[in-house]
Design a protein around this ligand. Structure first.
Ligand SMILES: [Zn+2]
Length: 72
């Protein structure tokens, strides 16, 4: 992309930065329930949102797919 106005480029970079921060922020919907957040799993978990790293990866993959659908 070409930005003739440096202010536009800065604004664009800032917007991208905000999006990255938002993407990495814990979602307000993700409250600690004691159960794995990976959709079909439902395992009890004592230390976080997921019972195991596989479930976390599954969840993140699904979330990413959702976001890409929104953009496309
Ligand atoms: Zn799980």
């Amino acid at each position: 992309m070409n930005f003739p106005d440096p202010a536009d480029e800065a604004a664009e970079r800032e917007q991208q930065l905000i999006e990255i921060v938002l993407a990495n922020r814990p979602k307000p919907t993700m409250t600690y329930t004691g159960l794995c957040h990976n959709g079909d799993c439902g395992e009890k978990t004592t230390k976080g949102f997921f019972c195991c790293s596989e479930c976390r990866e599954d969840y993140e993959r699904i979330e990413r797919a959702k976001q890409q659908r929104k953009v496309a």
